[in-house]
Design a binder for this molecule. Structure first.
Ligand SMILES: *[C@@H]1O[C@H](CO)[C@@H](O)[C@H](O)[C@H]1NC(C)=O
Ligand SMILES: *[C@@H]1O[C@H](CO)[C@@H](O)[C@H](O)[C@H]1NC(C)=O
Length: 351
């Protein structure tokens, strides 16, 4: 075989392996944006950038969680631009159009915090920005703000309360057994390497997303619960997600196929790495925040019930504002308008 034939064949295979469902690349996100890429170290981050009309009054950076994408902020982005902010929403490491490195260490909150700050400094140089997150994105918000306090004028989290760095490592399995965080049981399943293999291909990815986005079987059973995780036997029988209908789901599936679930699930596998890297943050005063905070609890979130946030005030020297919405974990969508408004009202109080 001639070399060029071989190259053409390999190229063809690569394209075929990455083939997207028809139309996925022309999917209309529903708001003005540009897609951008920044190479940071060995990683390439993809982010959505949306601008207000006129000079922005500031920049809001939005971090999504699992299993989500930058697109998860689809209702908040146009709201924030309408009130004058420029918005940056990256696909987090391992997700969508950002790459998914093999090394687990790259998925530590410290390592991803450093990446994020470099990204922010390229997009909004010499500016103090507002940083917000949901789910894992929320967990990351707190870490980035501890490591790089000067970059942020305010931080907020939807659903995820602040868990300060600790001085003693307790494995999740022991925490659950001790009854400390029983609603994190699903994480034991998600962190297992074998879970990646069980979620290969478009059909499985669609089932996983449908389960996590509230799809039910004809008998009304769920495909996921916070104590045990995905309920494998129910997955094939789930009806459509009430929160992420048809074309939106196709878009999610096609974006998840780019990296598979290995990258996203790696976030559940770095607890020990995070523990060691964060030991310096357990020094007196290092786990307090120097900028104002906002916590929005979702009353029906089973994995992260708002009760988990009791006492967070203690760490916010500049004050913590609280908001609450009547919603499941998917508050960004289910309580979209209220979440946007609470963020906007709070942001307007920042200097
Ligand atoms: C952390 O902040 C609280 C105020 O919210 C304060 O009482 C406490 O002393 C701070 N801790 C340290 C170590 O600075
Ligand atoms: C949104 O806010 C309004 C006004 O405060 C409240 O009546 C309504 O219940 C809220 N909805 C949700 C989903 O939280």
């Amino acid at each position: 075989m001639r070399l060029w034939t071989l190259i053409a064949l390999v190229g063809h295979l690569l394209i075929a392996c990455n083939a997207l469902p028809a139309g996925a690349d022309s999917f209309d996100l529903g708001f003005e944006h540009t897609r951008n890429y920044e190479k940071i170290g060995c990683n390439t981050y993809h982010y959505l950038l949306s601008k207000p009309s006129g000079t922005p009054k500031g920049t809001v950076v939005l971090l999504h969680g699992f299993p989500d994408l930058s697109f998860g902020w689809r209702y908040q982005i146009p709201y924030l631009t309408s009130i004058g902010y420029q918005v940056v929403a990256p696909d987090m490491l391992g997700y969508g159009r950002t790459n998914a490195p093999l090394s687990l260490r790259k998925y530590s909150l410290r390592s991803m915090s450093d990446d994020l700050v470099e990204l922010i400094q390229r997009v909004a140089p010499n500016e103090q920005v507002i940083l917000g997150g949901h789910d894992w994105g929320g967990a990351m918000v707190y870490r980035v703000a501890l490591w790089h306090p000067d970059v942020f004028k305010g931080i907020f989290s939807v659903c995820t309360p602040y868990f300060p760095p600790v001085t003693e490592y307790v494995d999740l399995e022991d925490q659950i057994e001790a009854g400390i965080t029983p609603t994190f049981g699903y994480q034991l399943q998600l962190r297992k390497p074998s879970t990646d293999l069980r979620l290969r291909g478009a059909t499985k990815i669609r089932q996983m997303l449908t389960a996590l986005y509230g799809g039910r079987t004809p008998d009304g059973e769920m495909g996921f619960d916070s104590y045990t995780g995905l309920i494998w036997d129910n997955l094939p029988d789930l009806g459509p997600s009430p929160l992420v209908p048809g074309q939106l789901m196709d878009y999610y599936v096609s974006e998840y196929l780019k990296n598979t679930v290995r990258g996203p699930l790696n976030w559940y596998r770095t607890a020990k790495i995070n523990f060691y890297e964060e030991l310096p943050l357990t020094q007196p005063g290092k786990s307090n925040f120097t900028m104002p905070g906002l916590y929005i609890g979702a009353t029906q979130d089973t994995a992260l019930p708002p009760e988990m946030s009791v006492g967070m005030e203690e760490y916010f020297e500049q004050g913590l504002t609280r908001g609450e919405v009547v919603s499941s974990h998917w508050a960004l969508w289910q309580a979209a308008q209220n979440v946007s408004q609470i963020i906007g009202d709070w942001a307007s109080t920042l200097p």
